[in-house]
Design a protein around this ligand. Structure first.
Ligand SMILES: NC(=O)c1ccc[n+]([C@@H]2O[C@H](COP(=O)([O-])OP(=O)(O)OC[C@H]3O[C@@H](n4cnc5c(N)ncnc54)[C@H](OP(=O)(O)O)[C@@H]3O)[C@@H](O)[C@H]2O)c1
Length: 287
């Protein structure tokens, strides 16, 4: 029987940006024992996706070429591996793909059951796909690094979110406001309405451009008990954290702002939009 093929977008080497994305037909992947096969409905683009293409994460992350990028996906389960217990065909889900393997700019992808969560009807595939890297980063920076309790049961904290209109920033502002916080959100003038409900003060700083210098400043200020702390962004895949974010969206306590939606056949437009660095919320690609 002929192998089933799908449309995917990939690149063959480092560099080149959107111009080097190629539209190809490749075999639909087969799920391993602990994987589900998803028919994709949406994937979101994160700066890490094009930073990998630029070689900026080498040697930490070295894609195997040809490489189909993006990791944050929403879709429907169409097949499950023999050891998969919690999902069946027809389930609507969100999944975080392994950054080393990518796979999201395509019609079908395999995802580990351990990083797949159920997507309730209240959460669209696009809204959910936006949540993964960006939402998890915002949540982990606020809760684990800055120590904000999202149930508001702690003394008031002052939080400054820079680039507040971007993917991570817009989740960080909303999540911080669930705690007992005074949030200062910085953004470009054209986005001031978008973040205008936020207060202004000073305190912990969430730095959206993690660097060795930011890490060093964070460590020194911790050691010197400085009241102002720079919190570097470090993100780790975490299923429980993701389920928590999905619940917040379902309950209407957290929203994904969609900057733009692009069909898979125009994935290069989404790629350029992300490289430009001025998205308001999340950039979504839909097969
Ligand atoms: N280490 C980690 O685990 C981790 C995880 C997630 C993200 N990140 C990093 O965090 C950064 C933000 O990610 P993101 O997903 O939020 O990206 P994004 O959605 O592309 O961010 C776009 C936002 O950045 C703002 N911006 C662009 N250039 C700026 C500048 N020079 N100064 C201040 N703001 C600027 C834009 O505001 P205007 O439109 O007003 O210019 C826009 O609101 C990226 O560098 C990303 O790689 C790191």
């Amino acid at each position: 029987m002929a192998e089933k093929v799908m449309h995917a977008v990939q690149y063959d080497s480092y560099g080149g940006g959107a111009a080097e994305l190629k539209h190809v037909e490749v075999p639909v992947p087969t799920p391993k024992k602990d994987e589900v096969l998803l028919k994709l409905e949406a994937t979101s683009i994160n700066p890490i996706d094009w930073k990998i293409q630029k070689g900026m994460l080498h040697p930490l992350l070295c894609p195997k070429f040809p490489f189909i990028p993006t990791t944050d996906v929403g879709g429907e389960v169409v097949e499950v591996g023999s050891n998969v217990k919690n999902f069946k065909s027809g389930d609507k889900v969100l999944a975080m793909l392994n950054t080393q393997n990518g796979g999201g700019l395509s019609e079908y992808v395999v995802a580990k059951e351990s990083l797949t969560v159920t997507r309730p009807v209240e959460v669209s595939a696009a809204e959910g796909a936006g949540l993964l890297i960006a939402g998890l980063t915002a949540l982990q920076a606020l809760v684990y690094a800055a120590g904000v309790q999202l149930d508001g049961t702690e003394p008031r904290k002052n939080i400054l979110v820079t680039a507040a209109s971007g993917g991570v920033g817009h989740y960080a502002v909303q999540l911080a406001k669930l705690g007992n916080t005074h949030v200062t959100a910085t953004c470009g003038a054209r986005n001031s309405d978008f973040v205008k409900s936020l207060g202004a003060d000073e305190g912990k700083v969430i730095d959206l451009t993690p660097s060795a210098k930011a890490m060093w400043t964070f460590a020194v200020k911790k050691l010197t008990f400085s009241k102002k702390q720079l919190v570097p962004l470090l993100f780790a895949p975490n299923k429980a954290n993701l389920e928590f974010l999905v619940k917040l969206v379902k309950e209407g306590k957290l929203k994904t702002t969609i900057d733009s939606k692009h069909p898979l056949i125009k994935a290069e437009d989404a790629w350029s939009r992300s490289i430009d660095g001025h998205a308001t919320g999340k950039i979504i690609v839909e097969p």
